[in-house]
Design a protein around this ligand. Structure first.
Ligand code: GTQ
Length: 347
């Protein structure tokens, strides 16, 4: 309940010029833009990117640009609310589709932003993170947290494509984003911790706390096969609500990355799922199945491997058609929780 605030046009031109000259500006004409009533006004527009549209262009990038010239051969997904070239799918979430051809490698680097990959297509790809060689199988979630060395390789026979998700927009906005390069790493000769120390949910290595504190990122790979089994059992025996599991740090139970959260969702065929509205923005990646999501009143049809974005506080209704569907939701609630304002509201 407040009166209309004054506009810039109401102010005399000489006054406006004088302000510009000394690099100041009046707050009141812009007050509601930065502090709207009761809820944020997202710039992000919900969108669905069809994998069938992206794939041919990505494969063409494989012909046009050798990986040596690209370092990372990626087509990133541009939020239509922000327009051409915006390296953002939502306010905080960058997503891209990366292609590696058989025999190619993408050199090691580490950077301040954190990343995660979701494997979309192809066999034989791997990522080495701080010396651990992580095989990339369809649907796997693979972390490369900020400050961890990572390089990619491919020993299979067909193209490998994965989805990159990074908190790059946040780090770029903070003027904190940079990378350090290095040659390829020599991986340890052992399976990754998801197959060794953290083989079973609920079990973690007993440690001498004085000399061997738990690593900050104990498990970098979450194999999809196990995730899908867990979702199916949960759907069978859990309550009839949303079938959704958080990807967590197995040592602490916290979100697996500091700013980005990941969940695995199972949508039972034919059932409409309406999650609470959240202050977090989201990007959904369809692992399997087809269906549609109505986001703020607009319907987006999707099928396997597609990517859908939703702005903050979106009203969402997901429906799987034909068969059960599986999605991974990428969101920024961990960041918002750390800043103390994460919020949920009923639809
Ligand atoms: O694979 O390391 O999509 O550093 C953007 C930045 C992927 C990567 C991206 C990156 C990477």
């Amino acid at each position: 309940m407040s009166a209309q605030l004054g506009t810039l046009e109401e102010l005399p031109q000489d006054y406006r010029d004088a302000m510009s000259q000394i690099a100041v500006a009046p707050l009141w004409p812009q007050m509601r833009k930065v502090l709207p009533h009761d809820a944020p006004m997202p710039v992000t527009q919900a969108h669905c990117w069809a994998f069938s549209d992206i794939r041919p262009l990505l494969l063409r990038a494989g012909e046009l640009t050798p990986v040596e010239k690209a370092e990372r051969r990626v087509l990133f997904l541009v939020d239509p609310g922000r327009g051409a070239g915006a390296m953002q799918a939502t306010s905080t979430i960058y997503v891209g589709m990366q292609l590696l051809l058989p025999g190619e490698t993408a050199p090691a680097h580490k950077h301040t932003p954190s990343a995660a990959r979701i494997v979309v297509e192809g066999e034989g790809g791997y990522t080495v993170v701080d010396g651990d060689r992580l095989p990339m199988e369809a649907g796997d979630l693979i972390l490369t947290p900020g400050g961890c060395w990572h390089d990619h390789g491919h020993c299979g026979s067909k193209p490998v494509i994965w989805l990159d998700a990074l908190d790059l927009p946040l780090f770029y906005y903070l003027e904190a984003s940079y990378a350090v390069e290095a040659p390829l790493q020599t991986p340890r000769n052992r399976p990754d911790p998801s197959e060794v120390e953290y083989r079973a949910a609920g079990l973690a290595p007993a440690r001498r706390r004085d000399i061997a504190p738990a690593p900050s990122y104990p498990m970098m790979r979450f194999p999809w096969k196990r995730t899908e089994q867990a979702l199916r059992e949960y759907a069978r025996h859990g309550d009839s609500g949303i079938v959704e599991l958080d990807y967590i740090n197995p040592e602490t139970g916290a979100s697996c990355l500091p700013t980005l959260g990941f969940t695995a969702m199972m949508l039972r065929q034919g059932k409409s799922v309406k999650p609470v509205r959240k202050s977090a923005s989201a990007v959904f990646h369809v692992i399997a199945g087809k269906g549609h999501s109505t986001i703020n009143g607009k319907r987006h049809d999707w099928s396997a491997k597609d990517v859908i974005s939703a702005p903050v506080f979106a009203a969402i209704d997901h429906v799987a058609e034909g068969d059960d569907a599986f999605l991974i939701r990428i969101h920024d609630a961990p960041l918002q929780e750390k800043l103390g304002f994460y919020e949920e509201r009923s639809q």
